[in-house]
Design a protein around this ligand. Sequence first.
Ligand code: TYD
Ligand code: MG
Length: 482
Amino acid sequence: MAKSSAKSRIVFLCRECGSTHPKWAGRCPDCGGWDSLERFREPESSEHETSLLASDETEDAGGATRDRGARPIAEVEVEGVARLATGVPELDRVLGGGVVPGSAILLGGDPGVGKSTLLLQALSEIAATGRTVLYASSEESAAQVRLRAERLGRAGSPGLLVLAEGALPRILEQVRRHRPAVVVVDSIQMVHRPDLPAAPGSATQLRRCGHDLVSLAKRTESVVVVVGHVTKDGQLAGPKLLEHLVDVVLSFEGDRHHAHRVIRATKNRFGSTAEVGLLEMGARGLAEPAGGTLAIESGAGSRPGSVLFPLVAGSRGLLAEIQALTASAIPGAARRRASGLEANRLAVAIAILEKHGGLRLADRDVFAAATGGLKISEPASDLAMVLAIAGAHYGRAIGAGIAAFGEVGLTGEVRAVTNAGLRVAEAIRRGASRVIVPAAQKDLAGLDGAIDRVATLGEAIERLDVLTGSERGSRRRAGTPG
Ligand code: TYD
Ligand code: MG
């Protein structure tokens, strides 16, 4: 390792967003994080020179001997992207079929969501196909990893190597020795380079170790997966800092207290970012949710404020549950909160309900949520959202198993949306009994028995379970809750 000789540039690196700044400030000018700037010595000339991998440029046959000179584009050979399936179908779906050799993947998520479990499962599936894989744990002992593997019923695989190590040079050495098809580094925030005068978890360590691991992937054709905890307290530098370095960024979400987990790609150089993977945490690890549905079994639709929404995620249709709650607010300070839904869409939905639905919500707090950890931003969710809010407001349910989709326009009209056929078919297949759809919706041939068309918001609100005549009248006049 060459000792730094020339004067190196000092910058300040934000632990939260990874931006660099010439001067220190109490607050990051880019992301607004407080006390997040950290002194960072930029490696002189190129990062390559101080990279731990620089010394073995030739030792690494294959990757490193590749001609890196410029040449005509027609002479560039194109190898078909050979993907390696991870054996966890929902993960493969999000990755676009599997991992690409030589690529670097970042898996981010809250502590306890199940990142280690997911990757250990994937590694043992890959090892079961006869390949060598390495699980480098910087947080847990080898024995802890083994116990988890036993819990998953997958401790027997000879190709699954475990290394409990936080020092990056040792991890790189083991990768060079064993040449695994996939290396998991869990977590990157506990990995450090001893030659850097910075603590593990600091922005400096994270960025430099991240860079070395990405170079390792490119040189050895191993797939490198790094785990990054998303922490709110700012103790650890955030995985955001690594996003631009890696090829694929996966985000693993879900409530630690509930079994459902959602995995999605927020960046994917080899595929779409539209697909989502659904998993359920059980006693023996992560599996596809039984029946593939998130909402039906919880009685969605039978309670006021709950409406099923058939969403489309990538190539697949799913049933989500949208919930709403209204409550009396402190006058002049009504709160509007959306979780899993867009705050803007909620604000517009409330305005439309006031103007065209006859609801008075100015003095009501309104909360709306998509359950099951899903994030929904499609305009098609408007109708389910307004029905959930109106149902919560009047104390009326839409009916068990009744789903709704459609965009609600600013004049209260219900507009047609994309993928209508897929939405209805999948909703029914997943257990819905009827779907409320926009009156103007085309491409629903042959589905007449399953649908109920509405043209306006007012018409949709009429579908809420048996409003009595007097309630309907008073709602039209004053919009008072039932
Ligand atoms: P873990 O993978 O350690 O989360 P992360 O690496 O993201 O911090 O797992 C988190 C939780 O999952 C833990 O509380 C225990 C639970 N769990 C199960 O419910 N079933 C299982 O089979 C396993 C292995 C873990
Ligand atoms: Mg873990």
